[in-house]
Design a protein around this ligand. Sequence first.
Ligand code: SAM
Length: 254
Amino acid sequence: MSSLESEAMEAEFDTVAGWTEEAVRTLGPEYAVPAGCRGSGSEGALRWLADRLDLRPGARLLDDGAGVGGPAGWLAAERGVRPVCAEPMAAAVRASRRLFGLPSVVAMAQQLPFADGSFDAAWCLGVLCTTSDKAGSLAELRRVLVPGARLGLLVFVAAGPLPPPLPEGNEFPGETELLDLLGGAGFDLQDSGTADLADSPDEWLERADAVDAEVARRHGEAPEHEQARENAKRVGRLISGKHLRPWLGIAIAR
Ligand SMILES: C[S@@+](CC[C@H](N)C(=O)[O-])C[C@H]1O[C@@H](n2cnc3c(N)ncnc32)[C@H](O)[C@@H]1O
């Protein structure tokens, strides 16, 4: 199994991913997308990106660092494409297969198990800020995309030095660093914006909360639950304090 850069991140992205799948099974399939969008923010952010990815019927799309598959499941339902999910945490990969029926593989972004030029588009949401090897991850994305392909990104960028307590394992880039990394990996930025993380419909938020409550009811006493909750709380505090900005971007593979 692949491993992430901290125990807290493994708790959040593997153990809690499995618990999320379990809670969705209890509550019903309509809970899967809101519960499965872990870190991709909001439906508005997904729509902003999807509108700019130039998706044509039959387009081959990669969701890199797909988590439990919520964004890919949303895209499949809304835009009629069938994304391929790559994600290092095995419980999350199982969830994306079982909740959304999507082809999903256990893989780190730095080592994607696909041939050169396998995809016409990709998105990578909330992932670059969880890995130190951003250049390696972007180089792999460029390798598996055809020239001219679009890459959608959601990255939490740091406005400056971040005040503690910091979430464990995250490495938030500054915007200039991110743009340099994109250029260095062979991408040209085409469009950028800031996600409004509060723009999901009420029903979406209620369902995400219901899944969180079900997970807490079943596993609230587990140390991984507290660890993941604390990490998420720290990220939330940095976002609400405007130390982190949910940056959205579309880049074109040269
Ligand atoms: C904040 S979550 C976002 C998940 C999903 N993209 C979404 O928006 O719901 C970050 C994801 O990145 C994955 N991840 C962390 N390091 C990674 C790496 N080196 N390569 C690929 N994925 C990674 C984690 O396992 C986790 O699923």
